[in-house]
Design a protein around this ligand. Structure first.
Ligand code: AMP
Length: 190
């Protein structure tokens, strides 16, 4: 299996690039943010819980997120591999993912980090707010909190995979096509 964690701060382009990667490598895309948003739309219990955290730009608690992720993976019996987008976002999630994947006889192949400077992220999120309809894109304080949460809680996950010699950095600045080409080159060289 090819299991890629697509990593990076909010606004790095993970969602856009995930679409390109699943098409080229025939993988299943699992975006925890998208799954939470679908649950909010469907007014499920999980959605209601997640919304209270997401609207503030805080992380949904690990246990809830990990259990949801596991059940989504298990639904995909014939998957050739996964693009994990927006997960893991804490070291506890990364550890739980390793343990879970080992239990189904697979593992993370690589984490690929889209590296984008903070001022560029802010500009991109401001633009995205005009079209995304996401409440967490609309408020500058919430955007700042998401960037802070990324720095404090999520950035250490890079070290977690670096220690396993699985981290690859990709420059996330440029045209969407150029960045896709960099990602394809990185994956084709694994
Ligand atoms: P995203 O679509 O990846 O930007 O995620 C939007 C929001 O969903 C985040 O700000 C969190 O509130 C929540 N979320 C998504 N993925 C996770 C995760 N792995 N752990 C905790 N919360 C998450």
């Amino acid at each position: 299996m090819l299991n890629i964690v697509l990593f990076g701060p909010p606004g790095a382009g993970k969602g856009t690039q995930s679409e390109r990667l699943i098409a080229r490598y025939n993988l299943v895309h699992l975006s925890t943010g998208d799954i939470f948003r679908a649950n909010i739309k469907g007014e499920t219990e999980l959605g209601l819980l997640a919304k209270s955290y997401m609207d503030q730009g805080n992380l949904v608690p690990d246990e809830v997120t990990i259990n949801m992720l596991k059940s989504e993976v298990l639904k995909q019996e014939n998957a050739k591999g996964f693009i994990f987008d927006g997960f893991p976002r804490t070291n506890a999630q990364a550890q739980a993912l390793d343990t879970f994947l080992a239990s189904i006889n697979t593992e993370i192949t690589r984490m690929i980090g889209l590296e984008v400077a903070e001022n560029e992220l802010r500009e991109r999120l401001k633009k995205r707010a005009e079209v995304s309809g996401r409440p967490d894109d609309a408020n500058p304080d919430v955007i700042q909190n998401r960037i802070n949460v990324y720095k404090n809680e999520t950035a250490p996950v890079k070290d977690y995979y670096q220690k396993q010699e699985k981290y690859i950095a990709v420059d996330g600045i440029g045209s969407i096509d150029d960045i896709s080409d960099r990602l394809f080159a990185a994956i084709d060289h694994i």
